[in-house]
Write a protein that binds this ligand. Sequence first.
Ligand SMILES: NC(=O)c1ccc[n+]([C@@H]2O[C@H](COP(=O)([O-])OP(=O)(O)OC[C@H]3O[C@@H](n4cnc5c(N)ncnc54)[C@H](OP(=O)(O)O)[C@@H]3O)[C@@H](O)[C@H]2O)c1
Length: 278
Amino acid sequence: MGAATPVEVTVPDQAPRRTALITGATAGLGAAFARRLAAEGWDLVVVARDAERLATSAEELRARHGVAVSVIPADLATESGVGTVEERLRNASAPVELLVNNAGIGLNKGFLRSTLDDELRILRLNVEAVMRLTFAVLPQMTERRSGDVINVSSVSGYGVTAPGSTYTATKAYVINFSESVGQSVRRHGVRVLALCPGFVRTEFHQRAGIPTAGSPGWIWLDADSVVDGALSDLRKGRYVSVPSMRYKIAATALRHAPHALVRRFSEAGNRAVGRGAR
Ligand SMILES: NC(=O)c1ccc[n+]([C@@H]2O[C@H](COP(=O)([O-])OP(=O)(O)OC[C@H]3O[C@@H](n4cnc5c(N)ncnc54)[C@H](OP(=O)(O)O)[C@@H]3O)[C@@H](O)[C@H]2O)c1
């Protein structure tokens, strides 16, 4: 483990350097955040488990954008992994001005067929790590009266699904937690955004063993567009970002429709992507 050596390159503008820390930065939405923020001139700290892939991603970002990128190989579902990242976030001599809590997993199993280990792993990564890293970074941000946190949730956090029951519960936590903390730190000049995408083309479904072959094309979002929308919503001061009109409508329906209807909607959604009830 350890920070890779930044390549010496001149960044186009002379604005002060800012650092963003992104978890799960080697694939999908995290990689899209890394590309976009590096293109804006942010220095990065990138976190994921696969050290080799992390080093390759960091090298590509440095070479393409001329920013400093350091790596922290860490499993955020473990005490030591989350502890290492907390320590980096508390380092006052190298402040992080944007934290993107993005790393997250799903499970394609009904609760009864799952294992306690899997259920605990998803809670540790999707919930505990998000809370702990936010807790670690906020004191410095509120002290400086500047800083942003983006917590990646999901539009499914507004509803219910089976299988994957614990997943939607973790994402409901992230929405509620982010909005609540966001309200309490806003007066200190700090913004917290919950990002709630629908289906995004990433490695997520393949990793979780969720079949997507029969799913209609219209349900899929592109990771770069989701990130564009999230950063735009954050900078407009919004608390929640739901990318695309179709998922804004879905989120509104999930929040305001009668609950029995929401359950039916969720069952239909599961059928659309080929997921059975168990
Ligand atoms: N894709 C979707 O349709 C969708 C929809 C709504 C919300 N989301 C949310 O978006 C976020 C990102 O998902 P994605 O679709 O971009 O997933 P992805 O393509 O599977 O990428 C996941 C990233 O997280 C890292 N990661 C996984 N487990 C980790 C762990 N225990 N510790 C540290 N890093 C870990 C992975 O790298 P390593 O394997 O090397 O650790 C990888 O960089 C998640 O929170 C997910 O719930 C996704």
